[in-house]
Design a protein around this ligand. Structure first.
Ligand SMILES: Nc1nc2c(ncn2[C@@H]2O[C@H](COP(=O)(O)OP(=O)(O)O)[C@@H](O)[C@H]2O)c(=O)[nH]1
Ligand SMILES: [Mg+2]
Length: 199
């Protein structure tokens, strides 16, 4: 598969790549998971978006998401060659609560997760972080800075999310490839340190 308009043009993995890691891109509904996988994948991302229907508006909170007209119903899948040895396979989770039973399958074999959060709806991230904690899946947290969202100092976000001091917390814009790349590099360094492997 090629992607002429995408962020990168690599279709085949370089022969030097010997290791792969499965990474979960997690977060609540509308936090920017599909956007992030689309920004960073070097292959055309597999997207399983469906239009949001009228029936959904009673169930899903769309108040902060005026432009959101599609939602992920199974997963987002993308690929990122991080360096000459390591490729990441990115699995974006479906955000709506009724799809959460799928998360266990998606998390199977994952090395860790990047959890996206939105400072306008931090409480919605509690269940996402609890999922990671319960499964002992190491994670980093990336604040997807939406236009117009209030900015908070890092320590306040850490406190609100009850993050452990060692959990990486960073800012990103899910639409910007470089910011997403920085977030994933931070996560991989953290995982390498936690799991004592060389990235
Ligand atoms: N302003 C702004 N909008 C964003 C950003 N990331 C995502 N969006 C928009 O927010 C909506 C939800 O994003 P989406 O990636 O579908 O969220 P998902 O449900 O987590 O997969 C979409 O309309 C995106 O265009 C961002 O960083 N800034
Ligand atoms: Mg999505």
């Amino acid at each position: 598969m090629s992607n002429d308009s995408g962020p990168a043009q690599i279709s085949y993995l370089p022969p030097t790549v010997k290791r792969s890691a499965k990474i979960l891109i997690a977060g609540h509904f509308g936090v920017g998971k599909t956007t992030l996988v689309g920004s960073i994948s070097e292959i055309e991302p597999l997207r399983t978006e469906e239009p949001i229907t009228q029936a959904s508006t009673a169930v899903d909170d769309l108040t902060q998401l005026p432009q959101k007209d599609e939602t992920t119903v199974a997963l987002d899948f993308g690929r990122l060659t991080l360096n000459e040895r390591l490729v990441l396979y990115l699995f974006g989770t479906p955000g709506q609560r009724r799809f959460w039973p799928l998360w266990d399958d998606l998390a199977h074999g994952a090395l860790g997760a990047l959890v996206l959060v939105d400072t306008r709806r931090l409480d919605e991230s509690d269940a996402v972080l609890a999922f990671m904690e319960e499964r002992d899946l190491p994670y980093a947290v990336a604040v997807n800075e939406f236009t117009g969202a209030r900015r908070f100092p890092e320590h306040e976000i850490r406190q609100a999310l009850d993050l452990a001091p060692h959990t990486p917390l960073l800012l990103c814009d899910a639409r910007a490839r470089d910011a997403c790349l920085d977030a994933l590099i931070t996560l991989v360094h953290y995982l390498a340190h936690r799991l004592e492997i060389r990235p």
